[in-house]
Design a protein around this ligand. Structure first.
Ligand code: PMP
Length: 440
């Protein structure tokens, strides 16, 4: 695992026999001398900062085995079929839920906006980066989400960082689902408040923690609406009830739910008929909206506050015109073509039924995110490679993203997948599942 460190020819490292992961003191001194680290620092610097980078060999080992699945270069538009290394692959590894990434109206709107407003805003929303397009998108989103106000950020990740960290202060407490997305986790870390984690979608645990955590400042319950790996839906009715009982506010990250869940595509709150009782809803533009950026929707005074205190908004350049215009066009389609959402759900129900029927373990998913459990990491990488060789683009999820031994292939579906494409997915998984001993 620990790779050979390359360096000047006369430099030989030796390791501390009692701590084989660490270089011995003499080696560190000599290395620091070679790296021209000042003498004063050599006493206090235990190892070179970059030591870990040289020691990190896992990815290179997987590359050498020909089963490295990350940073794949796609040579075509992100549709249901993509080209990788000159080979056409059927895409079941994207978040293009409504298939709008190459919809002519969306692409045209982006191109028109670039021609009219240029390629970028060169500044933040706060100062010189607010175009009429941003304001229009915020008004349209507020209307669509049935909330008084909305605010757009340059990515969904930033939206979560910027919202949580500016709202939650020293005396406040966050109650977070353990399976929350990394951007929520980091938002909680960035805030000065205390974070209490509850077991995934376990309302008894959340209730206990709300009860036992001392009251002080404000309280915020933060959850994914649809969990991005598991594909299950948060128990929003219980969360809203507990929030009311214990004086907490509720924030839902609906990155995988807006455009997908609810009769009008408004996400988890609409799905449960709880729009009025969900304080803050976050969405991203990198999935159903076929663009890039994110938004937070809620009460006007809360959004006004975030606008004036969120560092991720104030100190980062705004969404480029093409991305904003693409969102506006995507929103038109989300509102006017419910048949896309209906098709996505028809596909989702079919794939749940077929995978489960074949004997695959797809966990508690209720949505177009369908994780197929494989087991060990290496086995999962091999399964992934076999899928690629047969013409399918899917994503392996291994530890530490999931517990060891629970590695999986994450699949997700798009409204524009054809029945024939789905037949092919099922037939291929059936064949490989047997070959790899995942199903009998
Ligand atoms: N929240 C969730 C649940 C997500 O899955 C993602 C993206 N993977 C994000 C937030 C971040 O969104 P973005 O890609 O727009 O930065």
């Amino acid at each position: 695992m620990h790779g050979h460190v390359t360096g000047p020819a006369d430099f030989r490292e030796s390791r501390n026999p009692r701590q084989p992961n660490k270089l011995d003191a003499r080696t560190i001194k000599r290395r620091n001398a070679l790296l021209a680290i000042p003498k004063a620092d050599t006493q206090s610097v235990a190892t070179d900062l970059f030591e870990k980078c040289r020691e990190f060999q896992t990815a290179r080992e997987v590359m050498a085995m020909g089963i490295y699945p990350y940073f794949r270069v796609i040579q075509s538009a992100p549709g249901t079929v993509v080209t990788v290394d000159g080979q056409e692959l059927l895409m079941i590894g994207s978040n293009n839920y409504l298939g709008l990434t190459n919809h002519p109206k969306v692409v045209e709107a982006a191109a028109d906006a670039a021609r009219k407003f240029g390629s970028g805003c060169t500044g933040s929303r706060f100062l010189n980066g607010t175009l009429e397009l941003h304001v229009q998108l915020e008004e349209r989103l507020a209307q669509f989400m049935k909330r008084p106000a909305a605010l757009v950020f340059s990515t969904g990740f930033q939206t979560n960082l910027g919202t949580i960290s500016c709202l939650v202060g020293r005396t406040d407490t966050i109650f977070a689902d353990r399976a929350n997305h990394a951007s929520l986790v980091d938002g909680c870390r960035l805030s000065f408040g205390k974070t209490v984690k509850f077991a995934h979608n376990d309302m008894a645990d959340l209730g206990r923690l709300l009860q036992s955590t001392p009251n002080g400042g404000g309280r915020l319950i933060v959850v994914d609406g649809v969990f991005s790996m598991e594909g299950d839906i948060t128990d929003l009715p219980s969360i809203v009830r507990l929030a009311r009982q214990h004086g907490a506010r509720v924030m839902v990250d609906d990155a995988h739910a807006v455009g997908v869940l609810g009769s009008g595509g408004r996400g988890t709150a609409e799905h449960f008929n709880l729009i009025d009782q969900t304080d803050l809803v976050m969405g991203t533009f990198s999935k159903s909206f076929a663009s890039l950026g994110g938004f937070i929707a809620g009460d006007e005074d809360v959004i006004h506050f975030i606008k004036h205190f969120s560092r991720e908004l104030i100190f980062s350049a705004s969404m480029p015109p093409a991305s904003v215009a693409a969102c506006l066009a995507a929103l038109d389609i989300i509102e006017s073509e419910p048949e896309r959402r209906q098709r996505l759900w028809e596909i989702t129900r079919r794939m749940h039924r077929e995978f489960r029927g074949l004997g695959f373990n797809i966990g508690p998913t209720q949505t177009p995110i369908i994780p197929v459990m494989i087991g060990e990491d290496l086995q999962t990488f091999r399964f992934w490679r076999a899928l690629t060789e047969r013409g399918i683009f899917a994503n392996p999820i291994v530890s530490p993203a999931v517990p060891k031994g629970s590695s999986l292939i994450r699949t997700s579906y798009t409204a524009t997948h054809t029945d024939e494409q789905l037949d092919f997915v099922i037939a291929t998984f059936a064949e490989l599942g047997k070959q790899f001993g995942v199903i009998s």
